[in-house]
Design a protein around this ligand. Structure first.
Ligand SMILES: NC(=O)c1ccc[n+]([C@@H]2O[C@H](COP(=O)([O-])OP(=O)(O)OC[C@H]3O[C@@H](n4cnc5c(N)ncnc54)[C@H](OP(=O)(O)O)[C@@H]3O)[C@@H](O)[C@H]2O)c1
Length: 239
C-alpha cells in the first residue's frame, strides 16, 4: 500500500461543517478528494467558505450521526466512501451529578454511538471492497482527567476502544482504523474556556489550530501502514 493519494477519493466527514471537521474537509479537497460533509444542519451557515476554490468538490448532507435511519438514507445516496472521518461531537461539561439525563444521552449518542454507527455502516461497505480508511476523532480527555468532563471523556475513551478493536477486526480486510486525540484546539467548542489559564498548562503555550489536526487526518488517510495509529496532538499537554 505505502503512501496513498487522496486525489479522486471520496471522503465522508461527519461534523464537517465547523471547526476541526471543516478544516479536514478543506485539506482533503485541496488534496484532490471529493468530500461529503454531513451534519445535522445540511444547509451550511458558516460553512460556505470551507474552500473558495474547490467548492464543486464538496457536497453537504443532513445527518444526525446517532440515528441509524439517517445513515441508511445518506449511504444510499453516495457512492462508495474511501475515507470516513467520524468528527461530529458535542460537549456538555458539568459535574456529573448536575447533568440532565437527556444531555448525557445526547453526548453519548453523538460522540460514541454516532462513531460506532459510522464504523458499522460505512465499514461494512469498505469491507466488501477490501479497502478503506476510518479516522475517529477522539480527545486527549479520553486519557487525561479533567473535572467536569466525565461523560465526554467516557465517550472519547469509548471511541479509542472502538478504534483499537476495529483496527484488529477490519485490518485483515484492508480497512484501516485510526484515531486522533486532539488537545485544546481553537474552535467554537473551546471558545468559552478560560484560555489564558489553560495555556499555562500547555508546554507549547497555545491552543492548536483546526488545520494542525487536519494535517494529522491527512497523514492517517494517506499512510497505508497506519492502522490502530493513535495520534496525540496536544502541544505536549499529555506529557
Ligand atoms: N476543539 C477541541 O479542543 C477538541 C479537542 C478534542 C477533540 N475534539 C473533537 O473534535 C470534534 C470536532 O470538534 P470541534 O471543536 O470542531 O467542534 P465544533 O466546531 O462545535 O463542530 C462540531 C461539529 O459536529 C457537528 N455535529 C454535532 N452534533 C452532531 C450530530 N448529532 N450529528 C452530526 N453532526 C453533528 C456540528 O454540526 P451541526 O451542529 O450542524 O450538527 C459541527 O459540524 C468533536 O468530536 C470534538 O469532540 C475537539
Amino acid at each position: 500500500m505505502g503512501l496513498l493519494s487522496l486525489a479522486g477519493k471520496i471522503a465522508l466527514i461527519t461534523g464537517g461543517s465547523s471547526g476541526i471537521g471543516k478544516a479536514i474537509a478543506k485539506r482533503f479537497v485541496e488534496e484532490g478528494a471529493q468530500v461529503v460533509i454531513a451534519s445535522r444542519n445540511a444547509a451550511p451557515t458558516t460553512a460556505e467558505t470551507v474552500t473558495d476554490h474547490h467548492s464543486t468538490n464538496i457536497t453537504y448532507a443532513k445527518l444526525d450521526v446517532g440515528r441509524p435511519k439517517e445513515w441508511y438514507m445518506l449511504l444510499g445516496k453516495i457512492p462508495d466512501v474511501d475515507v470516513l472521518v467520524n468528527c461530529a461531537g458535542i460537549t456538555n461539561n458539568k459535574l456529573l451529578i448536575r447533568q440532565q439525563n437527556e444531555d448525557i444521552e445526547q453526548v453519548v449518542s453523538t460522540n460514541l454511538t454516532g462513531a460506532i454507527y459510522g464504523c458499522k455502516f460505512v465499514g461494512k461497505k469498505m469491507l466488501s471492497r477490501r479497502n478503506g480508511c476510518i479516522i475517529n476523532v477522539s480527545s486527549l480527555l479520553a486519557t487525561r482527567a479533567v473535572v467536569g468532563t466525565a461523560v465526554y471523556a467516557a465517550t472519547k475513551a469509548g471511541v479509542l476502544g472502538l478504534t483499537n478493536s476495529l483496527a484488529l477486526e477490519y485490518g485483515g480486510y484492508g480497512v484501516r482504523v485510526n484515531a486522533i486525540l486532539p488537545g485544546y484546539i481553537a474552535t467554537s467548542m473551546t471558545e468559552d474556556l478560560d484560555k489564558e489559564k489553560l495555556i499555562e498548562s500547555i508546554p507549547l503555550k497555545r491552543f492548536g489550530t483546526p488545520e494542525e489536526v487536519a494535517d494529522a487526518a491527512a497523514f492517517l488517510a494517506k499512510n497505508g501502514y497506519a492502522n490502530d495509529c493513535i495520534l496525540n496532538l496536544a502541544g505536549g499537554l499529555s506529557g
